[in-house]
Design a protein around this ligand. Structure first.
Ligand SMILES: Cc1cc2nc3c(=O)[nH]c(=O)nc-3n(C[C@H](O)[C@H](O)[C@H](O)COP(=O)(O)OP(=O)(O)OC[C@H]3O[C@@H](n4cnc5c(N)ncnc54)[C@H](O)[C@@H]3O)c2cc1C
Length: 261
């Protein structure tokens, strides 16, 4: 039997106050509830944050897109403003899971969970995101610490994620055919002075590929990737794909992403 207190917060201050003991926040529940059901996680208090006004919604300016943490994947994928400003972000959101997952799952939940095969963390690294919490602003480069591990502290709540609008960008993934999680996903973003390439699904945590970034900074074309050697040393090997195959997919997905930019 699973016993816990269920609380609903109406503002972020109350949510943080409620987060004592073995408490956790509940957004879409798409990861939290299966984990609890499978007895991989147990909590004393579940704090529902979906009723907090102001945590949901999308604000677009010429320089950035700011997405509230409880905004669902379906809302991002169907947003005309996101489609116009950073269309690759809408493409990414549209490729997450299935319609049920997209209608319940949230951007904040995805980023806080930091699954090594999740899509949004790669967008955060490639699109120079800033994670706004109830306590501070965290650059994406410092946010993702390891497998299912982030820089978030206890009672720290993601309020919004802000992405910098690039000149060009694209996200391409080779999905697991059952879950749609990335076996390998590559997000490429070109800014005036830099190219960023973020890879998910391949290793224990999302990361930026310095080799690919350097090759594409000198020559932003699919052919620039040919000469790059991707080491399989730190890559995952499991029932879905070997490390060698993932190394191969990284080049193929990057090449496709650059072509799609
Ligand atoms: C069948 C299936 C297929 C899926 N396929 C994909 C896929 O293809 N790609 C992909 O990227 N993901 C996929 N997912 C995961 C999905 O995107 C979830 O939405 C996401 O992982 C968690 O978001 P959530 O809102 O449901 O969070 P929840 O499950 O409610 O919470 C997850 C964790 O994040 C914490 N949390 C939630 N919101 C916040 C916040 N604002 N601040 C701080 N902590 C917070 C919770 O406390 C909890 O620890 C899939 C899930 C399922 C069930």
């Amino acid at each position: 039997m699973k016993i816990f207190n269920f609380k609903s917060a109406t503002n972020t201050k109350d949510a943080a106050k409620m987060a004592t003991g073995r408490a956790t926040f509940l957004a879409g529940g798409m990861t939290l509830l299966p984990a609890m059901k499978l007895r991989l996680a147990a909590y004393s208090d579940i704090i529902n944050i979906k009723k907090i006004k102001g945590l949901s919604g999308i604000k677009v300016s010429s320089k950035s897109i700011k997405i509230g943490s409880t905004t669902t994947h379906a809302e991002v994928s169907s947003s005309k403003e996101v489609g116009k400003s950073i269309s690759s972000l809408a493409v990414l959101a549209d490729g997450i899971g299935d319609p049920q997952v997209r209608n319940r799952g949230t951007i904040g939940g995805s980023i806080a969970n930091n699954d090594p095969a999740a899509d949004y963390p790669s967008a955060c690294l490639a699109l120079k995101a800033t994670i706004h919490t109830n306590k501070r602003k965290i650059p994406a480069d410092k946010f993702f610490k390891g497998m299912f591990e982030t820089d978030l502290k206890k009672a720290e709540l993601i309020e919004a994620v802000e992405f910098e609008v690039p000149e060009k960008s694209a996200y391409v993934k080779y999905p697991n055919p059952a879950s749609r999680y990335a076996i390998v996903g590559v997000y490429v973003a070109k800014y005036k002075n830099e190219v960023r390439v973020a890879i998910t699904g391949a290793g224990s945590c999302v990361y930026r590929s310095k080799e690919l970034e350097s090759a594409l900074s000198s020559n932003f074309s699919p052919s620039a990737i040919d000469a790059v050697r991707i080491s399989n040393k730190e890559l995952n090997s499991d029932i879905h794909a070997s490390a060698d195959y993932r190394a191969h997919l990284i080049k193929v997905m990057t090449s496709k992403a650059v072509s799609n930019c």
